[in-house]
Design a binder for this molecule. Sequence first.
Ligand code: NDP
Length: 444
Amino acid sequence: MSYLQNVLTQIETKYSYQPEFLQAVREVFESLEPVITKNEKLYEQEAILERITEPDRQIQFRVPWVDDSGKMRVNTGYRIQFNNAIGPYKGGLRLHPSVNLSVIKFLGFEQVFKNSLTGLPMGGGKGGSDFDPKGKSDREVMAFCQSFMTELYKYIGADEDVPAGDIGTGAREIGYLYGQYKRITGLYEGVLTGKGLSYGGSLVRTQATGYGLLYLVDELLKDHGSGLDGKTVTVSGAGNVAIYAAEKAQQLGGKVVTLSDSTGWIYDKDGVDLALVKDIKEVRRARLSEYKAAKPSADYHEGRGVWTIKTDIALPCATQNELLLDDAKELVKNGVQAVCEGANMPTTIEATKYLQENGVLFVPGKASNAGGVATSGLEMSQNSERLSWSFEEVDAKLKGIMTGIYKNIAAAAEEYGMKGNYVAGANIAGFSKVVNAMLAQGAV
Ligand code: NDP
């Protein structure tokens, strides 16, 4: 049995109860095969695969808070510090009822490679809680965030571990978390990113993941002889990533016809009205079904269905495992040209393979959604030098980073004889830098 297969079997046995984590490891390992084979002796001797799949540490804690009726509630908090070979741990905090150790571990593992791809000095981490901010009052969200940070602050710091937003953690939550960190420690430092502009946040951070995704899509299409102008684009999700992906797609001449949330999806053949979506989602925090009420010419459907719409470019921007094999078949049947992930691991392994086998340009989230964490890295730089850069400056840097990521993953795939396989390219390029740093730092 090969070294890679041997380690995979060990992990599958040890963590059989962590399906999301195993899915992420299998996907990465599969595409790393040529790199591992080439360096098998050294990597086995140095236990590279065993070390890169085992987090440096995982912290789990109780988060008690009092709701508006005076009742005590309890959630579970997590922070997984996965790998800091190339920089301080960096990765978001997810607040969603589906959060568990397996989900946070998969996200932390992916984050290691994503952060490496940005070219910035950031290690990988992830955290969160099974707390659901939906339907909670601002006071309840604040009570939760303060309690969460009262434990988390012990493990984070501007040069140690710098969390950020993710699903359910937006500007409001980051504000409450930052306030509590500052109060407990007395430090005014860049310990969180995604902060408000009045207290150390960076311009473009809000838009960064969505805009970055489209900068990469644009580069990908140009490399294949076309552009976004006049293309139909389907987007899933209606959160931070989806909204700003749709906005940049429109700016680049694409026509965005769908968005979705956890209850349903809209199809607007005239092109989605983003001002209306922002009002529904960012201001009123309401359901997407309100879109139809305001714009009766659009369609609203309960449940899933975004991928049944004929499109040139599909951008899954909601959550993991939301684009399944049947969806991939439907997209291919309808002539999709590219699928680029805005969310983390939204496409199942079977769906990814089907898309690739059928000539669809497919870019995995660890490359295509890296604009968010890259801009977080730029926020850390600004905090360190106590300066704020202009929108244009940050946006230009983001664009440069996304273009660089595309070129880097395309070149890595080609180097190993897998031209056009961006999954392999992303895993190989992200892995190589981290492994070189691990080898240099010895048995740590
Ligand atoms: P938000 O919470 O802002 O939005 C998430 C969207 O997806 C919402 O529309 C939500 O619906 C929908 N959604 C969430 N869970 C489910 C589910 N189980 N089934 C169906 N729909 C669901 O999160 P973000 O936009 O920040 O994150 C989206 C994805 O992008 C995640 O995978 C995240 O990890 C990834 N990502 C985010 C980055 C960032 O900078 N924000 C950076 C890199 C990756 P509803 O409105 O009903 O809750």
